[in-house]
Every structure is written in C-alpha cells, then in structure tokens.
Design a protein around this ligand. Structure first.
Ligand code: VG1
Ligand code: CO
Length: 542
C-alpha cells in the first residue's frame, strides 16, 4: 500500500563536501530523512523501473534509515533495490556496485569518518549512475526542493529482513539482499597481482589492518585473510559496530596512534594500515615510516605500473588543491597532466569519466583511481602491498628513494575544530579583503610572493567553482592554504594546510614540525587566527 504523507519542509538540509551530515538526533526527527530522500527522488528523472543500490557503514540508525529509503524509493517508482547484507556496503563498494550492476544510482548512509552513535553523526548521500557523488547542480536542486516539499510517498509494508540473502518483493518492486563484498573483491583481483601479494605474506611479511569497528571489517577479512593469506590476527577491530566501539573512525595519527606506536616499535609490523567509517580513506604507516597521504599519492602514481590494472601506465593525476605538490613532479616525470581540483571527491568524477586522469588523491587520506568513482581505502592498501611485493623493499626505503629522486614536500594540516562560525567567516573574509595587493595582515610578510582565492574551471563540463580556499604562495613553492570544512556538524572548522618543498637530500630527514616551524608561525599571524577564533593552537594536527 502506498501512503502519501503531508510534511513540512526543513530548511537545514544543505549537503556539504560529501552529502548531508548532521547529528543523529537531527536525522531521527520525524520526517527529516523522509523529506531528504523524497527531495532526491523529486530531482531525479527517468528512473522508473530501474535499479538503485542502497547501503551504509553500519552506524547507529543505519538499519532504520535503510528501511525508509527502500520504501520511499519503491513508492516513487524504482523497480529493484540492491541492498548489502546487514545494511553494510562500503562507499567504494557501493560505487562499484552501481557501475557493475548498471544501476541508476545509489543511496549511501554514512557520515564517513565522523563518530557514530545516538550522540554522534549520521549522513546520507546520493551517487549517480557513474558511481560518483552527485554533482553540485543536483545537490543544490535537492536542497532547494527540501525547502519547499509538502509530502512524501512511502510504502506501507513490513520491514525487509536485511540479514537474509536473496530476492524478496516489496510492494510493486523487489529488493535483493546481496553479499556486499563479492563484487568488490572480484574487482580488486582484476587490478592487483594477488599471487605476488600471497607470496609476500607467505614469506612472513607482517601486516596490521585496523577496520576501526567500521565498514571495512568484512572486506578486509575476506580479501586480506581468506584470499591473500594474511594471518587472521592481522585484522584489528574487524566487526562493524553501531557506535564503532566508541572510537572515532577517522584513521589519522591521533585516532590511530596505537598503529603509529606499533609501527615505530622495535620489530613492529612491516605495514600498518587503517580505513575510516565508510571505507574510503586510508592510513599507511610502514615500519619506522609514516607516509603522508600527499606522499602516498605521489608514490602510488609513480609505481602504479607495477600493478596489473595499471601496467599500461596512467593517463593523468588529479589532486585536490590543498594536497601537496609531490604528485605534480611525478606527473611531470611521467609526461602526463596534473589536475588541481577543489576539495571533495566529486570533482575527480568528470576527469575520470573523460579518461583524463587515472589516479586521484586528497591530503585527507583519500586515494583512488578510475576503477570506481569514490576514493577507496582498501584499494590504496592493496596497491601498496602490490608495490611492496614487486619491489621487495620496505616502505621506508621506497619513501626515502622517492624523496631523493623527486624532492620532499614537508607537509602538515592544522585543524581548528568547532570554532565560532561567525569568527571563522570573518577570518576568511579578512584574508579575502587583503588579497589584492597583499595588504592588512598579509603586508610585508617574508617570502610571500602572491596570494589568491582558488577557483576551478572544470575542463569537462565547463562549470566554475569559486572561493575554494585562500592560498598564500611563498618562495620555493612553499604554501599556506586556508579553507573552512564542509563536513562538520557543529560550529565551523578552519583547516590550515602548510607545505614546504625540499630538494636537498641532506635536508630531507628533519622532523616535520621543525622543518615547517617558520611557516606555522606565519600561518597564525597572516590569518590572525587567535584574534578571530580565540584559539592559540590547533585542536588536531595531521
Ligand atoms: C573533508 C576532507 C576532504 C574530503 C571530505 C570527505 O572535507 O578535507 O578532503 O573529501 O572530508 O571525506 P572538509 O570539507 O571537512 O575539509 V569522507 O572520508 O567524509 O567521504
Ligand atoms: Co569516508
């Protein structure tokens, strides 16, 4: 039975960098998620009778939200829904399912690396038929629609049992509960040399992967242990839990400090890795060697040919603007184009679809390729394993050789989290006002040779995105970048990205904080951070 429910619009459903993210309690407000899902349906065209992929990262409210999505999607005319068993599908696996199964699109329930639980965050996003996040025009249309919506359509039907594989009818449509790992594991087998990685493990290579009690546990167990022969105790926190075991599923050096300590300990594992809530981020730490995401992108791109899926070479590299310039020199060496895009994976989609780029990455622990249209945590770990297996060298040796060859970009990100939104906006405005002619707090700064507000012109669809971050350019390629986060759920978060290039091999072994000390002081002074935010120091350093 179909029910049309009168509803009133919500005015706070503006999707950010990657979908709509709010406190879980906001999503639990009567009609909130229904409004947003119906708004998505109202903005899509021509989906009658087609297939939709649905799944999430297993966080609190995931199962309830999925039942609502299934009933609204079929009430609106979708013919079939593929949903992961237990409501589980990682973000990259959802992207793959949309593509492989020729679905019209997908709905992913996740707030990614944000904490979950009743007091944590929840999120939802729509991915299009290419498997990638909805383009800005669509997310804007959905937001506009959510402000004027007056009713939603939903089936009146019992809930689907998400724990039983197979096909069941739901109203006029059908739902297939599928194994969320199978298609993804097949794709990984096509891209990487599983035989060589298997030999690596057989030879005693010591590996730890922390799934952070989030979505990647089932994927890691199947691929690393069952298929590649890693020891079962290689996987830490491998069972998805609604509250992620009370941990923060963001694989950075603070939340995964135990991995860092393990990798730095005498006789520690050869490779420690982790992924985030929805499986699209990656953390890579070799024995005695942390690899920054920016360096990881550069090293993976430089060595991609060692994996069967990239043996013919890569067409181009894309990185988000705040990501360090390390990949730029790899692109130059390979003779391929380097694309610099705004933050957020959606900007890579057009480049990948058009075949202009093959490998993409962001400083925020996101790396991926044209195999799907999302960043992909396990993919990055598998590509590292493939490279390590073929080169037979340690992570530290590969990284040191890379720096010696290409130069090193010292890099750090400072986050000032949950600051007052008005203060953060005023800080950005003051910087913008000072850009022409380098006036105000930008006047007479040593080494500052220029500044701009990053704007991107999409070479594929011709769209323009402005105000994507303030860049201060210093001599020798050093940079300070400022932008406000689009994924936070309370107050504002100011992100400051600091980078210095070092070609001299003798100078490549400094401690990052020391190597960047002068620029760090400048980053605070140029933006008058303490004045606008009341914070002397950042809350998170990655
Ligand atoms: C952050 C990162 C950005 C990433 C986004 C989504 O956005 O900086 O690089 O694409 O999260 O990642 P922001 O606007 O807060 O800086 V995820 O793992 O949430 O899909
Ligand atoms: Co994520």
């Amino acid at each position: 039975m179909l029910k049309i429910v009168p509803t009133s619009p919500f005015d706070d459903q503006r999707p950010g960098t990657s979908g709509l993210r709010k406190k879980t309690v906001v999503f639990q407000k009567p009609g909130y998620i229904e409004n947003f899902v119906q708004s998505i349906m109202d903005c899509l065209k021509g989906f009658e009778g087609t297939t939709l992929v649905v799944g999430g990262d297993g966080r609190f409210f995931n199962r309830e939200a999925i039942q609502i999505v299934l009933k609204i999607a079929i009430a609106n005319g979708f013919g079939k829904i593929l949903v992961g068993k237990g409501g589980i599908v990682s973000t990259p696996a959802a992207s793959n399912l949309i593509r492989r199964r020729s679905a019209f699109g997908g709905v992913i329930l996740s707030a990614s690396h944000n904490p979950g639980g009743p007091h944590g965050d929840f999120g939802i996003k729509y991915n299009a038929g290419n498997g990638g996040p909805a383009p800005e025009q669509l997310t804007e249309a959905v937001f506009t629609r959510s402000k004027s919506i007056t009713e939603y359509k939903i089936l009146v039907a019992p809930d689907i049992d998400l724990d039983v594989l197979g096909l069941v009818r739901l109203g006029p449509g059908e739902v297939e509960v599928i194994d969320p790992v199978e298609d993804y594991a097949e794709l990984m087998q096509e891209l990487f040399d599983f035989d060589r990685i298997r030999s690596l493990f057989k030879a005693g290579f010591c590996f730890r992967f922390d799934a952070m009690s989030a979505v990647t546990g089932p994927y890691a167990g199947r691929i690393f242990v069952d298929m590649l022969g890693a020891l079962p105790d290689s996987i830490l926190n491998g069972t998805p839990l609604p509250d992620f075991g009370g941990h923060h599923p963001d694989p950075n050096l603070i939340n995964a400090k135990h991995l860092f300590d393990l990798a730095m300990s005498p006789g520690g594992p050869d490779l420690c890795a982790a992924s985030d809530g929805d499986g699209d981020r990656n953390l890579i730490i070799g024995r005695n060697q942390y690899v920054t995401p920016s360096d990881s992108l550069a090293i993976l791109a430089a060595n991609a040919r060692l994996a069967p899926g990239y043996a013919k070479g890569i067409a181009g590299i894309a990185r988000s603007m705040p990501t360090s310039g390390a990949a730029d020199r790899v692109a130059a060496r390979l003779g391929v184009h380097l694309y610099e895009t705004p933050t957020g994976w959606k900007f890579f989609g057009n480049l990948l679809d058009a075949g202009l780029a093959t490998i993409c990455g962001e400083e925020s622990a996101g790396t991926g390729s044209n195999h799907v249209r999302e960043k992909d945590g396990l993919w990055a770990v598998l590509l590292w394993l493939n490279i390590l297996a073929v080169r037979g060298e340690s992570v530290a040796a590969i990284t040191a050789k890379h720096w010696a060859d290409y130069g090193r970009n010292y890099y750090v990100r400072h986050d000032y989290e949950e600051v007052d939104a008005d203060g953060a906006n005023a800080l950005m405005q003051a910087l913008r006002d000072a850009l022409p002619g380098l006036t105000g707090a930008l006047a007479a700064r040593p080494g500052l040779i220029g500044a701009d507000d990053f704007a991107y012109h999409d070479p594929v669809d011709g769209s323009d995105s402005e105000h994507q971050g303030i860049r201060l350019h210093f001599e020798n390629g050093s940079r300070i970048v400022y932008r406000l986060s689009g994924t936070g759920t309370s107050g504002a978060t100011l992100r400051v990205y600091i980078e210095r290039f070092e070609q001299d091999r003798a100078q490549q072994n400094q401690e990052t904080g020391g190597a960047l000390a002068d620029l760090i002081v400048l980053s605070r002074e140029c933006a008058r951070i303490a004045y606008y935010t009341g914070r002397e120091t950042p809350s998170v350093i990655t």
